[in-house]
Design a protein around this ligand. Sequence first.
Ligand SMILES: Nc1ncnc2c1ncn2[C@@H]1O[C@H](COP(=O)(O)OP(=O)(O)OP(=O)(O)O)[C@@H](O)[C@H]1O
Ligand SMILES: [Mg+2]
Length: 335
Amino acid sequence: MTSKNSILTISGACKEYKTYYFLPHIFSRPTSFPALDNVSLSLHQGEILGIIGESGSGKTTLGKSIINLNKLTRGTISLFGRDVTGFSQRKFRPLRKSIQMIFQDLDAALNPNMKIKNILQDIYHSHHQGSKSDSEKQIINILESVYLNESILEKYPTELSGGQKRRVSIAGVLLVGPKIIIADEPTSGLDAHVQRLIMHLLLKLQSLNKLSMVLISHDLSLIQEMCQRIIVMYQGSIVETGTKDEIFQNTAHPYTQQLVNAQLQNISQYQEHSRHLKQNHGNTKLIKPTQGCMFSPHCSRYLLLGKPEICTSKPSTLSKLSFSPTHNVKCYFPL
Ligand SMILES: Nc1ncnc2c1ncn2[C@@H]1O[C@H](COP(=O)(O)OP(=O)(O)OP(=O)(O)O)[C@@H](O)[C@H]1O
Ligand SMILES: [Mg+2]
């Protein structure tokens, strides 16, 4: 999935977290849990690439791995044509001007002991040479662009609403002026009007060819509006990739279909997942397959086709659908 004009390429990324049944302890052995399993993708110059998938599917883990906040267990990452796999924080620091993340977890992103003014000034001065008055002007301009009043500068993060904090963190990222933004649920907590205005701002930057973005969101209508290509993740793996129309109009993976249906019926993906489980298995206790397709216990198509053995015995790989050069699916019996 690499191409000549890709500015970010990930190949075979795996991330294993260690989990303990009891507290870490010399007698308790950790078990490894794969949060990312052989993920490969590329982001092209000027593109907005969407990533969707239910809670826990590995989206944030992937985003943090891209900006070097998570070390991959296996796989490689290249940024602007340079292999950055395994870079130390110090070696990666100069790249932070070019790649930034809008964090899903706002409390981790904003230091509660600093006024917004100081947080934004620190960000400005760690990436730009300008004077104090340059930074003040720039900060006020950026605050305006995210529809925040400058009175917010004297406040602490704990005095702000979720939506205000979200916009301060977006302002911080824009202040750096990166070429790539990893935006992890950037509009959650914003009212519909402000969400639209901020997305237009990001689209404007993208159309000026100043920005490429990986947009992670549960909001499928936002993904449809903003993204040219979309990746669908399930339990740490990519199960489908394609253009917006391929994913939403010619859905190939039963899991994607479940996500899209949940959106059409305006119910949460979690509710849809539980509904399917109840319908198919009578209860919500999961039987996790040890091999083959992880989605098979929840897959209505698998049941419909009489539980084909191959689905649970042999891992499927992401393969191109014969009639499209851009549509890939990881399923033996795509829709
Ligand atoms: N630091 C960590 N240590 C151990 N497990 C972790 C850690 N961070 C994430 N995980 C686990 O990895 C899996 C993927 O988490 P991740 O946050 O990437 O999911 P997500 O797709 O971003 O979910 P959401 O949509 O809820 O934000 C989850 O099962 C989560 O519990
Ligand atoms: Mg997340």
